[in-house]
Design a protein around this ligand. Structure first.
Ligand code: FEO
Ligand code: CA
Ligand code: CA
Length: 695
């Protein structure tokens, strides 16, 4: 299944759904978000209109000019962030070539029902859905599931994953999200119109989070495999019945008070946790994303203000897909209109304290949070970058008021309750007429420009000061999308994961796709989102002024326009397109220690299974995208984690193809035979025990 030169022809399309997702994934993951009306109906300036404003353009470009292409990147902290020059050539003779850390034979696109790493690499499963985490947990039995069992087992559809250090070099604390459930594939005889109480309770238990100690100490020295330590004192499962504390200015406010929680301070559960990040002080940030789909009967809400707030967050219908409202009133918006305001937050968890209560950090705003990744400002404050994953929604940054103090956990614990939330406005450097919508570069040779972070609200513990006329501080934090609408934030093509390069400080933002860009009634192509009906997505580099995460001006440039390299509308930072792997729908991103960007995909629209790709962002191989692995049929590659000697991915929703059900699985990964598919964390490493991606 592997070849050195990536396949060059366009593969047939397998799905009419946005990106290449199956209808099943659209339905269960996002509540068919792409088939509903676009929630953002604001009249924010389209890009061309902003460019026409010469004054704003000049002032922004002045700030952005510092990231003009300057040749080889010299981006150590303290210098101006300089983006690397476009790559000049191919990988040269002899395989596997490439940047350090990426010297492997690229995996070819394929539709196999296996995980395919490069030749010379081995693989194993770390954790499967249903694996016991505690000594009293029963073994997984798909025919006899229960909520009680699932609360003691690894949950469904893992997405984000992170590894935190434990004592010694062999042991880690693995943290993972369980984003959503696909009931028809989980339960025998599932009737979507009449779910049973036990099925619903089991799905509640299969959502949430896991913290699991893992060890490499049970295999040989050369093995990269990791085994869960069942019953470790730090193992935890968080599910829809676990108590979470609201923290920051929204805690206790009227918009989060409910019948079950009149104080508005304690929420049961975390929902649809997608990606996340780790902080400098060893905590885990996990992002509540498509929470809207769990709440029913928005159409019957009478109050027009409440109704509009719900609509802006994608809630306008009747019964929910999973019918949870039949079993708990809090999912019925006509009975508990504030319950939905208690989801859509960034949650901070201390994985090292098994008695800690996770906190929903309201100072970071409420939207369909994809992820939250951190970088320190020059003076030691914490910047948190966050995308709102919806077509035409926004890119955000929070900057703490206090400084991070190494080793001072007590002070660091309050950093994310105090600070200012900003939203991004991008401005292009080229005339609007040169942004033709087909990916053709403008005459200055780059999709690039300047931008600014627009302040929305400043939080000081329990208080919030609004910077948006007509909205209170609590309103800005709770209905952040409407605040972004009011200040003219830039409508983006689904901001997914974002990650600052630990080497250069340049921030990489994945925009996964937007098939509605440029259709009648919607925003057209602009320089930061330059393709109409953008099916394959793109990756943007953002460099803040003086390379300081605390600055409010930035320059930006498109790094990748994804798709088949034979498509003239693709761009790989100027690298020779005959030497790159096809890539579609970039989603989760991470960096390796060499400064290479690793990108996992969601919904490959080129006909291949999704996968994980590595790409150099500096030097002669800048832009050489190389596929490291593909995931099995119907699956998405999530939560990549890259170490010296192993690469981990969450294989989310294997076999989630149209028509698949518990009785008629379309994947048997990872157990094989006739088994139902099980979302799992997989790990790959070199058979010879050497470092990943070295010749
Ligand atoms: Fe859960 Fe935006 O992907
Ligand atoms: Ca330009
Ligand atoms: Ca994602």
């Amino acid at each position: 299944m592997t070849e050195t030169t990536p396949r060059r022809r366009l593969l047939p399309l397998l799905s009419a759904h946005p990106g290449g997702r199956s209808a099943m994934t659209c339905r269960y993951r996002c509540g068919d978000a792409c088939f509903h009306d676009i929630p953002n109906t604001s009249g924010n300036d389209y890009f061309g209109d902003v460019v026409a404003s010469a004054v704003s353009r000049r002032s922004l470009l002045k700030a952005g000019a510092v990231i003009a292409v300057t040749g080889a990147a010299t981006t150590a902290l303290g210098q101006e962030p300089a983006m690397a020059a476009p790559g000049k050539g191919g990988p040269g003779n002899g395989a596997p070539a490439g940047a350090p850390g990426l010297r492997f034979d690229a995996v070819a696109p394929n539709t196999a029902d296996v995980l395919t790493p490069p030749p010379g690499y081995l693989q194993d499963i770390v954790l499967r859905w249903g694996d016991p985490l505690f000594t009293d947990a029963p073994a997984f039995d798909p025919a006899n599931q229960s909520a009680e069992a699932q609360q003691r087992q690894f949950g469904y559809n893992c997405d984000y994953l992170g590894l935190l250090p434990l004592k010694g070099r062999q042991d880690f604390l693995l943290v993972a999200n369980h984003e959503y459930t696909t009931e028809g594939m989980m339960f025998p005889g599932y009737d979507p119109d009449n779910p049973t109480a036990e099925q619903v309770a089991t799905a509640w238990a299969a959502h949430g989070l896991s913290i699991v100690a893992v060890t490499s100490g049970r295999r040989g020295k050369r093995s990269g495999a990791l085994d869960p330590v069942v019953g470790h004192r730090l193992n935890r499962r968080f599910h829809t019945g676990t108590a979470f504390e609201l923290s920051g200015p929204v805690a206790g406010s009227p918009v989060v008070r409910t019948g079950a929680d009149p104080e508005g301070r304690t929420v049961l559960g975390t929902l649809n946790n997608c990606s996340g990040g780790l902080t400098q002080w060893g905590t885990w940030l996990t992002a509540e994303e498509n929470f809207n789909q769990y709440f029913a009967h928005a159409a019957s809400v009478a109050d027009p203000v409440v109704k509009e707030r719900l609509r802006r967050y994608g809630m306008s219908g009747g019964a929910s897909e999973r019918k949870w409202e039949r079993f708990d009133d809090r999912f019925d918006l006509t009975k508990e209109p504030n319950e939905a305001n208690r989801f859509g937050w960034i949650v901070e968890i201390d994985p090292y304290d098994p008695t800690s209560t996770p906190r929903k950090r309201t100072a970071l705003g409420r939207f369909k949070h994809e992820a939250a990744t951190t970088r320190l400002t020059r003076d030691g404050r914490v910047a948190v970058y966050m995308g709102d994953d919806e077509r035409f929604d926004y890119f955000y940054k929070f900057v703490s008021t206090g400084r991070y103090r190494r080793g001072d956990d007590r002070r660091n614990a309050d950093l994310l309750d105090n600070g200012t939330l900003y939203v991004a406005r991008f401005t292009g450097s080229s005339p609007a007429a040169e942004i033709t919508g087909d990916g053709a570069l403008p005459s200055d040779g780059a999709f690039d420009g300047g931008g600014e972070w627009i302040p929305l609200v400043t939080s000081t513990g329990s208080e919030a000061v609004s910077h948006v006329p007509g909205m209170s501080g609590v309103e800005v934090l709770t209905f952040t999308r409407q605040a972004g609408d009011a200040v003219g934030a830039t409508k983006m093509d689904r901001p997914e994961d974002v990650e600052p390069s630990p080497r250069s400080g340049v921030v990489y933002l994945a925009l996964t796709n937007n098939s509605n860009r440029g259709v009648v009634g919607q925003a057209g192509a602009d320089e930061a989102n330059p393709r109409t009906k953008n099916r394959h997505g793109h990756v943007v580099e953002v460099a803040e002024r003086r390379n300081d995460a605390g600055e409010l001006a930035f320059g930006w440039r498109i790094f990748l326009l994804c798709g088949d390299p034979n498509d003239p509308g693709t761009y790989f930072a100027g690298f020779d397109k005959s030497q790159v792997s096809p890539i579609s729908c970039p989603d989760n991103v991470t960096f390796d220690k060499y400064g290479n960007l690793w990108i996992s995909t969601d919904g490959n629209a080129l006909g291949s299974n999704d996968g994980l790709f590595g790409v150099a962002v500096e030097g002669e191989f800048r832009g050489q995208v190389k596929q490291f692995l593909t995931v099995p049929r119907g699956a998405e590659a999530c939560g990549p984690w890259v170490e010296d000697d192993r690469v981990l991915v969450c294989v989310q929703h294997p076999g989630e193809t149209d028509g698949a059900a518990f009785e008629t699985p379309t994947s048997h990964w990872p157990d094989g035979g006739t088994a139902i598919p099980r979302p799992s964390i997989a790990v790959a490493w070199r058979a010879d025990g050497k470092k990943i991606g070295h010749a």
